[in-house]
Design a protein. Structure first.
Length: 219
């Protein structure tokens, strides 16, 4: 299956502009820390992240946050794309790096364009490919969260990242604080476990963002 990293893949700039006019799309910008969207059942807007980074976060009743997904340029998000059994009132998209986002109605994505534009069909194709990738990532996430200990969760996550990057050396997509939220563990406990793993020469880290799984070590 062809890998699609951007919803506008194989769509020209001119076609993109025409499509956005047809969809009556709106562009908005956000800075780090801004809440981009709070999910609500009656909101049918789809967001396309054009520039920057954001996190889809679940807010727990006690104030804890769990990162459900880290979003990058080309990703799509929206209430209409969530699973029905999610309590979406607790879910927010938060900007982590200055973002430029295009919003349009979900109906525009699934409704056949009256002009039968070929690039609209390409957009639907790209969207389905991206959703397929998201399903794989959700499966990976469930595998991580099913691990019993913090070390097991870290090891499982590192293995997935290494496989995804085809290298034992890779860059974390977010800060260590956010990593703890993503793994749903206490940050202090996670940092202690990482320190032990470094002392045991299971991992090496630089600037707390670069993680190297040492050769001959399999997670």
């Amino acid at each position: 299956m062809e890998s699609v990293e951007n919803i506008f893949q194989n769509i020209t700039e001119q076609e993109r502009s025409e499509m956005m006019r047809c969809f009556q799309a709106a562009e908005k910008r956000y800075v780090a820390g801004n809440i981009i969207s709070t999910y609500q059942r009656d909101n049918q807007k789809i967001g396309i992240l054009q520039e920057g980074e954001a996190n889809l976060v679940r807010i727990h009743p006690d104030g804890r946050q769990t990162i459900l997904e880290d979003l990058h340029a080309g990703d799509i998000f929206g209430e209409a794309l969530t699973f029905e059994n999610f309590d979406i009132g607790t879910m927010q998209v938060i900007c982590t790096k200055s973002c430029r986002i295009i919003f349009f109605d979900y109906a525009c994505l699934i409704r056949r364009c009256q002009k039968a534009c070929s690039f609209h069909s390409q957009l639907v194709h790209n969207s389905l490919q991206i959703m397929s990738r998201k399903a794989v990532q959700l499966s990976e996430r469930m595998e991580i969260l099913s691990q019993r200990s913090i070390r097991d969760k870290l090891s499982c996550y590192f293995s997935i990242m290494a496989a995804r990057n085809h290298s034992n050396t890779f860059q974390l997509p977010f800060s260590l604080s956010n990593l703890a939220d993503y793994l749903a563990v206490d940050r202090s406990a996670m940092m202690r476990e990482l320190k032990k793993m470094k002392e045991e020469r299971l991992v090496e880290m630089e600037k707390r963002r670069i993680v190297t799984i040492l050769p001959k070590q399999t997670f």
